[in-house]
Write a protein that binds this ligand. Structure first.
Ligand SMILES: Nc1ncnc2c1ncn2[C@@H]1O[C@H](COP(=O)(O)OP(=O)(O)OP(=O)(O)O)[C@@H](O)[C@H]1O
Length: 212
């Protein structure tokens, strides 16, 4: 299973134009969601953006996750536990075996959407770096995947985080480099000094080049 060149090899195998799944991986506040929204506007009306935040919100307690995060920011309570996911006061995130089971089902569902060929952008945070990528790659096996690393310096990500009321302080800095460890990309975009729109254009150009 190779993450690199997934689109090209699948297109060659099927001998026809195929729609890749675009996976954006980056730490909190790196700019994934902003890029995904820009990219949707460039790629067409059927492209969907889904990601780990949707899974978290679908699980029990997901409707209270913003309150939980706010409580963590106050740092006056116990560790924020939402059943299958915990937010530490330092910005760390820990998930349980139950979360992993739900994640496997979620990934299987995403693969079904991907196979419909309408276009899928995944907004992900690979807490386990390369091992997280392997889990998602296995679920998307047989689909063309374009893996995009969304990089941002820890300092800039932390500054963005300070402007967001719905994020645990510390998460952005903690995740900024860790989520990329051991991950293999087709393309890397750097949001530290580049707008989301320009990063989206670079990804769209990459997709267009693959079609050729
Ligand atoms: N390229 C950029 N340049 C400057 N600011 C940006 C850029 N991309 C995103 N931002 C700002 O950073 C903040 C976080 O952006 P966004 O929600 O896209 O990040 P994210 O990686 O999806 O975060 P999370 O994983 O925490 O949901 C927002 O306030 C957004 O306006």
């Amino acid at each position: 299973m190779s993450a690199r060149g997934g689109y090209a090899s699948t297109a060659a195998r099927y001998g026809r134009r195929v729609t890749p799944v675009v996976v954006l991986n980056g730490g909190s506040s790196s700019g994934k969601t902003s890029i995904a929204r820009s990219l949707q506007r460039l790629l067409g009306p059927t492209w969907m953006t889904l990601g780990v935040d949707d899974l978290v919100r679908a699980l029990p307690g997901g409707d209270e996750v913003d309150d939980l995060i706010r409580a963590q920011q106050d740092r006056d309570g116990p560790e924020g536990a939402q059943g299958s996911i915990e937010f530490g006061p330092d910005g760390s995130v820990t998930v349980s075996e139950d979360f992993r089971r739900a994640e496997a089902a979620w990934y299987a569902g995403l693969a079904v959407i991907g196979r419909c060929g309408t276009g899928l952008i995944l907004d992900e945070v690979f807490l386990g770096g390369g091992s997280s990528q392997k889990r998602l790659a296995a679920a998307l096996s047989g689909l063309p995947v374009v893996w995009v690393g969304v990089h941002c310096t820890p300092e800039v990500a932390a500054a963005r985080e300070r402007g967001r009321p719905d994020r645990v302080v510390g998460m952005a800095r903690l995740q900024a480099e860790r989520v990329h460890e051991g991950v293999i990309y087709d393309l890397v975009v750097e949001t530290t000094a580049t707008s989301a729109a320009d990063c989206a254009s670079a990804i769209a150009s990459h997709l267009t080049a693959l079609e050729g």
